[in-house]
Design a protein around this ligand. Structure first.
Ligand code: SF4
Length: 197
């Protein structure tokens, strides 16, 4: 049922040219994961070069690093998550999507949240956080916190957790206590616990 509704939405999205990003994309990057079993939706920023080539989110270097962290935290990318981005088309030169682009594309994202209806939403990186969290708190200050927010077309309050974007972690290799990679693993383990509660 969820898959049927999502496939209908994807069909609509495949022809979308509502914003400028539709002119330069090679592929719509709609989602990855199993909507029937996902306990959380993970929202990233935007497709990059590899995602634009394949039509799958988080498949480049950052995506591979995310996979490693998920595995270490005991989270199954295939079964526990439904992965999307704030926009479905790649911004040229991997720039940050504009507010207007995000707003125009939110029709699809909000519908995806409504259909999948997860108990947890993960804001992966500052762009996803800013799209839904009204305060201008830097991600470094708020990551790992559980925020009770209304996200999506219905009024249900969901547990929303900001985490670092894996592309940020590519710059830091230390696993020392308190390092970005250490904090990322701790945040994902916390999310895993929330998934099981
Ligand atoms: S980014 Fe979203 S709104 Fe813009 S063209 Fe792609 S699907 Fe349409």
């Amino acid at each position: 049922m969820k898959k049927t509704k999502l496939n209908e939405l994807k069909d609509k999205c495949l022809n979308c040219c509502k914003c400028e990003l539709g002119k330069t994309r090679n592929n719509i990057v709609f989602a990855d994961g199993n909507p029937d079993t996902a306990k959380a939706i993970l929202i990233g920023e935007a497709p990059g070069e590899n995602e634009d080539k394949t039509g799958i989110p988080f498949v480049g270097r950052a995506g591979k690093l995310l996979n490693e962290f998920l595995e270490n935290a005991g989270i199954s990318r295939e079964n526990d998550l439904y992965i999307i981005n704030t926009v479905k088309c790649r911004p040229p030169q991997n720039r940050v999507p504009s507010d207007k682009e995000k707003e125009l594309c939110s029709e699809y994202l909000l519908k995806q949240i409504e259909i999948v209806d997860p108990k947890i939403i993960i804001f992966c990186g500052a762009t996803a956080l800013k799209s839904f969290y009204p305060k201008k708190t830097p991600i470094s200050k708020i990551r790992g916190e559980v925020l009770d927010l209304k996200v999506g077309n219905n009024t249900e309050i969901r547990k929303c957790i900001p985490i670092f974007h894996p592309s940020y972690l590519l710059r830091y290799h230390s696993l020392e206590e308190g390092s970005p990679r250490d904090l990322m693993l701790k945040d994902l383990k916390k999310i895993k616990l929330l998934m099981n509660n």
